[in-house]
Write a protein that binds this ligand. Sequence first.
Ligand SMILES: Nc1nc2c(ncn2[C@@H]2O[C@H](COP(=O)(O)OP(=O)(O)OP(=O)(O)O)[C@@H](O)[C@H]2O)c(=O)[nH]1
Ligand SMILES: [Mg+2]
Length: 306
Amino acid sequence: MTLDEVKSDGKAGLARALAMIERTPDDAATIALLDAAYAAPKAHVVGMTGPPGVGKSTLMNALITGWRASDRSVGCIAVDPSSRRSGGALLGDRTRLSTDPEDQGIFVRSMAARDRLGGLAGLTVSAMVLMRALFDIVLIETVGVGQSETDVVGVADTVLFCVQPGSGDSLQFMKAGIAEIPHIVVVTKADMGAAASRARADVLGALELGSEENHDDWEVPVLMVSSARREGINELMEAIDSHGRALEPHTRLADARHRQAQDWLIEAIRERFGREGMRRAGRIDLARNASPFGRLAEVSATLRID
Ligand SMILES: Nc1nc2c(ncn2[C@@H]2O[C@H](COP(=O)(O)OP(=O)(O)OP(=O)(O)O)[C@@H](O)[C@H]2O)c(=O)[nH]1
Ligand SMILES: [Mg+2]
């Protein structure tokens, strides 16, 4: 399947392309498709993370509704850290999405983090790259932050971190020494009243402490959102757009994506060939604008021959 074929077949085409990526990740056709998608990014990629039960899926739903109302197309990936292929990660039950199945502008896919061709560095990244070429927004939901296995930090342009009132998450999240502070912090369930304001104050205090690690000239907003009451959703959408605009000048976004692709490539090689393979491969560089998928195939071929 070519990228044009995927595009012209809508959601059914995307579903088939994802099946191809899963079944035959190393086929030339798959790599060609991913290379083409990698070269034609369109979407703003948003990662959403936070502890279990914090309200991520509910928020995802609210954001999708908001984006669709402004006529933006959305591709979603919900990464399930626990389930395996045969498990219950069927979309809908876990994501509780209430979208119109006829709507071509929304596509949701649930993925098991452990079904790996390199964990989140594998299938999820391929799916993200493909969807990035098709939609206006790609939203990825994962649990936790800072664990490489389920880490969205390495694949998203804008990272949201969700904390829940009264959970102490806000403090824990700073204590965990997360190097990459998220770009936007969301206090969920703001309808819980005073506890929500306290959580916000805690996060602001924690961010203050860790301010030397802040992203250059981007002030991390801490927003209170109630998905249940649909409050604060528009403000969150605006903050996401605003961060997207902050990435535009110079080559910031391209730089960040190139770094992500390079990291992904190295991780994928380590995953496939182990330390010994890494040693034999020597220094692995990804040329600017080169696709990591094609490069992985090249490096893999040389390592197999050796
Ligand atoms: N009061 C209130 N409850 C909410 C809100 N958003 C979500 N919840 C509830 O919080 C619980 C967890 O919500 P989910 O959206 O499934 O949370 P999650 O972070 O996706 O959970 P996992 O995917 O299991 O990690 C559910 O019972 C929701 O109804 C909100 O805005 N206000
Ligand atoms: Mg969820």
